[in-house]
Design a protein around this ligand. Structure first.
Ligand code: SAM
Ligand code: SF4
Length: 330
């Protein structure tokens, strides 16, 4: 029997302390209705067949075993998770697992208007919505055809339903410097946490398409629209650093995966849609856990425990990753 806490927990080994591994990101599909230029090529993605994607039952069995090892926070992602049929049913089943204290989902927002209510009723607590541009033309260009109007309607609906916190993720791509006043206005007027994300060169051949804008430039420009003061992190703040304009409803955050090294505080595991367990975003190392999902909970637990034990807390990316972000789950 695996002993809870034998591997997880903030503990010291010879003076070296490790963060608690309590957070699992689950990609439930590699498919997406968008083709964001920095994430997928316009055509030619080799999507998995349905038989190669974990069923809801398999995901639940995996999470039950992961909870035994200290996982208490789960984020559903993709591809676009809301293109998978019955995703609210999975949410309800995950929410019912004893030991899951936090359940969230990252989406491009295109189907939120239709699905937010079901997701809320199923027990989803928090939403991250990716909105890289507030200009409809640029948004459509980045996503290759996405409708900003529809995504903003989904954002409104999510706030109306009481999801909290709602975070808006924007990758700092070239051109964003012309939109900072609009993002600042969004964080002032709405109770949302706008998070600017550094572009990561993940996925072969995709990294060179966009130039990214450094955090300092974005922060300096935002300060032209008011005085940004450091602010507390919202629930599930993760590695972001937050700021707030005086009197604003929301905050501004930065996730600087490239310029800040937060690997030493990384508390995450990732499960890909096809059942590969990854303990580091910047490494291609993965374990095929699907065969173990059909064995005993203890046997599956041993595989998860080994992945936690082998997790490295220093940056070790040596070459561009073979999988794209949409295949890993962000
Ligand atoms: N489709 C959903 C969405 O876009 O929110 C969920 C999956 S997507 C892979 C998760 C997040 O990863 C999105 O916020 C997206 O902007 C981000 N992302 C994708 N490729 C990235 C890259 N190369 N660098 C930084 N963030 C990236
Ligand atoms: Fe789809 Fe999200 Fe990738 Fe955009 S970032 S292509 S919405 S998976």
């Amino acid at each position: 029997m695996l002993v809870q806490g034998a591997i997880t927990g903030k503990r010291s080994y010879c003076g070296f302390s490790r963060p608690v591994i309590d957070y699992l990101r689950i990609s439930i599909t590699d498919r997406c209705n968008f083709r964001c230029t920095y994430c997928m090529p316009p055509a030619g993605m080799n999507f998995k067949n349905q038989k190669d994607i974990l069923s809801f039952e398999e995901i639940i069995r995996f999470v039950q075993a992961a909870v035994d090892l200290g996982i208490s926070r789960v984020r559903i992602t993709g591809g676009e998770p809301l293109v998978r049929r019955q995703s609210a049913e999975l949410v309800a089943r995950l929410a019912a697992i004893h030991g899951i204290k936090d359940l969230s989902l990252t989406t491009n927002g295109a189907f939120l208007l239709e699905q937010a209510q079901q997701l809320k009723e199923a027990g989803l607590l928090r939403l991250n919505i990716s909105i890289d541009s507030l200009n409809p033309v640029r948004f459509s260009q980045i996503t290759r055809g996405g409708s900003l109007k529809k995504v903003l309607a989904g954002l409104d609906k999510s706030l109306e339903l009481g999801f909290s916190p709602v975070k808006v993720n924007a990758v700092m791509l070239e051109g964003i410097e012309n939109e900072l006043e609009d993002f600042a206005a969004l964080a002032r007027a709405m109770p949302v946490h706008v998070r600017f994300i550094e572009f990561m060169p993940i996925g072969r051949r995709l990294g060179g398409i966009w130039k990214f804008v450094p955090r300092k430039k974005v922060l300096d420009s935002l300060n032209l629209f008011g005085d940004l003061k450091p602010a507390d992190s919202p629930v599930g703040g993760g590695p972001a650093r937050y700021y707030k304009f005086s009197g604003a409803c929301g905050t501004i955050g930065f996730i600087s995966s490239m310029s800040d090294h937060f690997c030493d505080n990384c508390n995450r595991l990732r499960l890909t849609a096809d059942g590969k367990l990854r303990n580091c975003l910047f490494s291609d190392a993965e374990v095929d856990v699907r065969p173990y999902i059909h064995k005993s909970r203890e046997e599956l637990g041993r595989v998860i425990a080994a992945s936690i034990k082998n997790k490295k807390f220093d940056r070790r990316r040596e070459k561009p990753l073979a999988r794209t972000m949409s295949q890993i789950g962000g």
